[in-house]
Design a protein around this ligand. Structure first.
Ligand SMILES: C[S@@+](CC[C@H](N)C(=O)[O-])C[C@H]1O[C@@H](n2cnc3c(N)ncnc32)[C@H](O)[C@@H]1O
Length: 234
């Protein structure tokens, strides 16, 4: 049988597997650094990230709108998704950054978004909600910027009702090919940009009882992925 992997490919995969095993945390990121980074981003965030993150946000909101009941948007940021949730839903947004939340609050006030139940300063890794509080929990472009992605997955699972859904929209790194090479090269700048381009799906899979129902790449460029999980129980 022919092996298509070259030696550098195999070494890179081995290095990545070791790294995943050792490092379930996002090194270099902590709450204080995240708050400071997003206090700087808040004034220009919408201008810079509206277009590049548009398609994923659109896909995430569309999926949420298929469900009913209560929704938690973790890492709601400046609230760019909030005006697009269906009026049949009750949405709660949380974020670690008060500066980002202040932008979200003025968006809610200005847009008369009365399906937004509340915006709260909170750590997605330590949610102040009781178990089984929400029908749907969604985190868009968040899981790669939190210090402890596994803790966040466990919290999203905990606060979701049995039979409810957890949705992630994010960039996940490629396993091989040109994109994988580019992401590995970019990783050296991760601390400077506050985002790690090398973040394989394995880091969010298998740590909870959530069942992956759908895993789709988001058009037009397929750089982002939407994963829909179901919490067993119903
Ligand atoms: C890249 S932004 C995405 C914002 C928004 N979801 C969007 O689609 O534009 C990441 C957001 O996650 C928030 N965040 C980072 N770590 C967090 C944590 N541990 N708990 C809650 N929010 C967090 C940041 O403050 C920031 O607002």
């Amino acid at each position: 049988m022919m092996r298509s992997d070259t030696l550098p490919d195999r070494l890179r995969k081995l290095r990545q597997r070791l790294k995943n095993t050792i490092d379930d945390r996002n090194s270099g990121l902590d709450d204080a650094a995240i708050r400071a980074a997003y206090a700087r981003w808040a004034p220009v965030y919408d201008m810079v990230f509206r277009a590049p993150l548009y398609w994923g946000r659109r896909a995430g909101v569309k999926r949420v709108n298929e469900f009913s009941g209560s929704v938690l948007e973790a890492g709601v940021g400046t609230g760019m998704a909030l005006p697009h949730y269906g009026k049949h839903l009750k949405v709660t947004g949380i974020d670690l950054s008060e500066a980002m939340l202040a932008k979200a609050e003025s968006r809610v006030r200005g847009g008369g978004l009365d399906n937004v139940d509340g915006l709260l300063a909170m750590d997605a890794g330590n949610l102040a909600f009781p178990d089984a509080s929400f029908d749907v929990a969604i985190a868009m472009y968040v899981i790669t910027v939190v210090p402890d992605p596994v803790k966040v997955m466990k919290e999203l699972e905990r606060v979701t009702k049995p039979g409810g859904h957890v949705i992630l929209v994010n960039h996940f790194s490629a396993e091989e090919g040109l994109r994988a090479q580019a992401e590995n090269w970019l990783e050296r700048y991760a601390d400077k940009v506050g985002w790690n381009p090398v973040f394989p799906k394995a880091r969010v899979l298998g740590h909870t009882n959530l069942v992956l129902e759908e895993d789709s790449s988001i058009p037009p460029f397929g750089l982002f992925t939407m994963m829909t999980f179901k919490k067993p129980g119903l």
